[in-house]
Design a protein around this ligand. Sequence first.
Ligand code: HEC
Length: 106
Amino acid sequence: MKKLFIVLFVMPVMLALPFNSYAVSPERQDELMHLLKQDCGSCHGMTMKGGLGPALLPATLIKTPDYILENTIKYGRETLAMPAWDGILNSVEIEWLVDQLKEGIE
Ligand code: HEC
């Protein structure tokens, strides 16, 4: 009976959770795009072509695995002027931003 309960009730919830937590709402996507252009853009350039920080264009990012880029955004590289965004952006939002950068923003 306990196994049946787990299969019928616990499993579906466990399966559904990641899908929900991966979603970034359309409103939040707008905010993140604004942040990317204004805040990140102040160092990386409004169009991500670089400035104080390196260019964040698909061609320059393609060689670097997502998790490395995500860690750089999350924890920053303090000694190299890249601030940490941990606490401001959650992991899902950072993954979403890296996806946008790798696809290229206009
Ligand atoms: C104060 C300036 C500054 C701001 C603001 C800033 N960055 Fe950076 N960023 C840098 C610098 C400088 C580096 C290069 C560090 C190094 O040489 O390792 C960097 C590196 C990176 C890298 C790694 C690039 C690579 O090819 O390895 C990513 C990704 C990145 N930044 C994304 C972002 C995002 C996203 C934001 C906004 C949420 C942001 N940065 C805001 C200065 C900044």
